[in-house]
Write a protein that binds this ligand. Structure first.
Ligand code: MG
Length: 287
């Protein structure tokens, strides 16, 4: 099952993608977070007979999480090593998950053009990531039970302003610029991904494969991350956990290769799909 959020006839709607059509949920469910919060039986009974063809809709980021996107840094050993080389810092692997967040105002949708201001950063970079969507309110989840609280999975591109990330020491600002969190194109039901540690994950820039790994190479598994994050801290329906990126980011190359105007980025994750976004460098429009 692929859960989507889309723009259709002037409104933001949610629904389920089936072949070339979206079976739309009632209009009051304008964000998948509200759908995810329902009891599974209520959700099953929710689909209306209203349907839109895929050609009539524009897909949006599937949801706005109730809190900032929770992200894990340095969760693949090869990536931790390339960052340590680039930054000339300690190569020791983390003993505990490195947790930071990304402002939910940074989220943008599949096929959106990511507009980045060159006056703010000269080092925009990409990071392909598996994103986990939490399915229910929970706390102190045991690692053995952790996958039971997952609603589904989607693709994320943790676009990062490397120089801003470094300058402020805490990563929040350099990870939270507007448009730097492409998410989607849909959420795949967790039932279709019994093992989130057995997925190919890839990043292509203008068709060139830059990152290619298995999610099995995560230092801290999805289950471990949920157990750790939920310890003493409530997770809510629609919360998003980005699980870190594998080796092959732009800053890790010699010389570094940062994003350029017109670049086409594709995050592809097995069993989920492809998240595509183009980059446009230029001043941001007024808000
Ligand atoms: Mg990341």
């Amino acid at each position: 099952m692929r859960y989507v959020r889309c723009h259709y006839r002037g409104r933001n709607r949610t629904g389920v993608l089936r072949n070339d059509a979206v079976a739309l949920y009632p209009e009051r469910f304008a964000d998948l977070t509200a759908v995810i919060a329902l009891h599974p039986v209520e959700r099953r009974d929710l689909v209306t007979d209203e349907s839109a063809s895929v050609a009539e809709v524009r897909l949006l980021a599937p949801l706005t999480p109730p809190k900032n996107v929770m992200c894990i840094g340095r969760n693949y050993a090869d990536h931790a090593a390339e960052i340590a080389r680039a930054r000339q810092t300690d190569e020791k692997l983390p003993e505990f998950p490195v947790v930071f967040t990304k402002a939910h105002t940074a989220i943008c949708g599949p096929d959106d053009v990511v507009r980045l201001d060159p006056a703010i950063s000269a080092q925009y970079d990409y990071e392909a990531e598996l994103a986990v969507v939490v399915g229910r309110r929970c706390r102190d989840v045991a690692e053995a039970d952790a996958l039971d609280v997952v609603f589904g999975y989607t693709c994320m591109n943790d676009v990062t302003a490397r120089d801003v990330q470094k300058a402020h020491q805490q990563w929040f600002k350099g990870k939270s610029l507007d448009g730097t969190c492409p998410l989607g194109p849909w959420i795949v039901d967790a039932g279709e991904i019994p093992d989130p540690q057995a997925l190919r994950i890839e990043m292509r820039v203008n068709g060139e494969r830059r990152q290619s790994a298995s999610t099995g190479k995560m230092i801290f598994s999805v289950s471990r991350l949920i157990a750790t994050l939920s310890r003493g801290m409530t997770l809510e329906p629609g919360d998003v956990i980005a699980t870190g990126t594998p080796e092959g980011v732009g800053i890790g190359m010699d010389p570094p290769r940062f994003l350029a105007d017109g670049d086409e980025l594709e995050v592809e994750i097995e069993r989920i799909g492809v998240l595509r976004n183009a980059i446009a460098l230029g001043a941001l429009a007024a808000i």
